[in-house]
Design a protein around this ligand. Structure first.
Ligand code: SF4
Length: 208
């Protein structure tokens, strides 16, 4: 079992081999060699360019700027934008910015396909709005497949729900980055819960 979250040493960051905790992944030299061999071709290009995005824009570029910088360095032309209906205004602005920077943008909303939630076994009473006859399901497999059909070079997620993002990631042919995740309560800033975990949110988060 690996428990980097419990580590107090972070010896991996300093190359201090002799101080590595007993269950440290750095001790698994054979496995590490195999892992390192995976950094080739596209993976190496992604790793190289993302390291440059990090170092050259460190604490200067916002995430959207970093995404644009990364996509340009990677020479991606066709961008897929998979977004949530609840963030459609943000998607319009995002699309405008991406087009301004010369990318071809294919965007697909979560409800694309207009498939009823009934299709996945959600009864009317379990809908977000039980009083509605028709409630469209989020269709992340559809979002991924529609973008796959356009041969996008790179897909960006904007505000997909928990689990829907899981399916999108599972089905996307193109590599993916996340611009923003969905958090309806915290203004799409889920880390706020972590920052309050020892304060006001303590009971919320540590009550089983
Ligand atoms: S990789 Fe090893 S040294 Fe680094 S955080 Fe994990 S356990 Fe600690």
């Amino acid at each position: 079992m690996y428990t980097c979250d419990l580590c107090e040493k972070y010896s991996c960051t300093k190359g201090e081999v002799e101080l590595l905790p007993t269950n440290c992944p750095c001790r698994e030299l054979e496995k590490l060699e195999k892992i390192k061999s995976l950094y080739k071709d596209e993976e190496l290009k992604i790793a190289y360019n993302s390291a440059l995005v990090e170092s050259e824009g460190y604490c200067q570029l916002t995430r959207i700027q970093e995404i644009i910088d990364f996509a340009k360095r990677m020479n991606y032309k066709k961008i897929g934008l998979a977004f949530c209906l609840g963030l459609s205004k943000e998607a319009k602005t995002f699309g405008k910015i991406l087009r301004y920077h010369g990318f071809q943008v294919n965007s697909v909303i979560c409800k694309s396909g207009g498939v009823s939630k009934n299709f996945i076994g959600i009864e009317k009473e379990k809908q977000v709005r039980p009083y509605c006859e028709f409630e469209a399901m989020c269709n992340p497999i559809g979002q991924a497949e529609f973008l796959n059909s356009q041969n996008t070079d790179f897909n960006i997620l904007l505000g997909l729900c928990v689990g829907h993002d899981t399916l999108f990631i599972k089905h996307s042919d193109a590599p993916i980055t996340v611009f923003a995740v969905k958090d309806r309560v915290l203004g799409h800033n889920p880390l706020a819960a972590i920052y309050m975990a020892e304060g006001y949110y303590n009971k919320k988060l540590f009550n089983k």
